[in-house]
Design a protein around this ligand. Sequence first.
Ligand code: G3H
Ligand code: 13P
Ligand code: ZN
Length: 332
Amino acid sequence: MTSYKELGLVNTREMFAKAVAGGYAIPAFNFNTLEQMQAIIQAAVETKSPVIMQVSKGARNYANGTILRYMAQGAVEYAKELGCEKPQIVLHLDHGDTFELCKDCIDNGFSSVMIDGSSLPYEENIALTKKVVEYAHKFDVTVEAELGVLAGVEDEVASEVSHYTKPEEVVDFSTRSGCDSLAISIGTSHGAYKFTPEQCTRDPKTGKLVPPPLAFDILHEIEKKLPGFPIVLHGSSSVPQEEVDTINAHGGKLPDAVGIPEEQLREASKSAVCKINIDSDSRLAMTAAIRKHFDEKPGDFDPRQYLKPARENMKKMYIHKIVEVLGSNDKL
Ligand code: G3H
Ligand code: 13P
Ligand code: ZN
C-alpha cells in the first residue's frame, strides 16, 4: 500500500470547497506522456494554480500504471524545483469502471478516483459507487461519481447518445452513494467531434459551426438541490479552431471538429462546477505543433526537435485555460 500522502499529493476535498466558494474551477488535465506532464506542471506553477492530473484506463494501458504513478510523484518534486513551495496536485483516476481498478489505484498512490457507473441502471450505479466510496474513504481518497450519460467516442469511453442528468435524482444519488463530487451531463461530450454539423448552426460571417448551448437550466436546478456540492464537467475541450486549422494545413484531416465554446465554460466555472476535464485540446495542441514541425523541417528525426514545440504549445494552452477560462490562477 502506498498512500498518496507519502508522495506529496492531495485529495480534492479542500480544493473543491475553495473552488466552489471562490467561483472558479480546477483544471483536470489528462496525461499519457512525459511532455504532457511537464507542460501541466510548468503551467500550474507559473500560474500558481492547483491542478488535477488524471489518468484514464487507456492511459494506464498505454503508459503503464506504475510509471504514471511515479511520474505524478515526480511532478510534485518538479513543481517544488520550479519554485512552488506547496504544490496542490491531485492524481486522479478518470473513468474507473470497476471496483477493482479503483482499489488498485487507491492502493498505489492515487489521491482521487472516479467510478463511472453512468451506463449502469440507477440502483447499480449507486451500489457500485458506494462500494468504492467505502473503501476510498478509509484512506482519505476522494471519489467522483457520474449521473447522466455523455455522448462521444474515445478509446475507453463510448456512447452514441447523451442523457442529461435528472435533477430530481441528484440528492438521493449523492446521499446514498456518499460520493464527494458528481459529474453531470448537460450537453458536453468527449472527443474532438462533440456535435454533428446537423446539431449546429453556421455563423453566416465565418461559415464556422456553432454548437447548441449547454443546458445551464439543468445545472442551476442541480445547484439548488445540492447547494455547495462539487459538480464536475467532462468533455470540456473547446477544440480551438486555430489548432484544427494548423493540423489541416499540414496534412491532417479533421473536418468539422467542434468543441464547447469557452464563454460557456467560463460561465460554468463560476457556478458549483469546480472541476473541468480537458484532454482533447492537449491532443490537438500536441498534434498541431508536431505536424507543423515535420512539414517545415522534414529532415528532423530527433524526437526532442518536435516534442519540444509540442510541449510548448500544450503549456500555452494549459495556461490559457487556467487564466482565461477556469480562473484557478493565483490560488496557491
Ligand atoms: O474521457 C476520456 C478521456 O479523454 C480519456 O480518453 O480513454 O482515450 O485515454 P482515453
Ligand atoms: P475532452 O475530450 O472534451 O477533452 O474531455 C475529456 C474528459 O472528459 C476526460 O474525462
Ligand atoms: Zn470524461
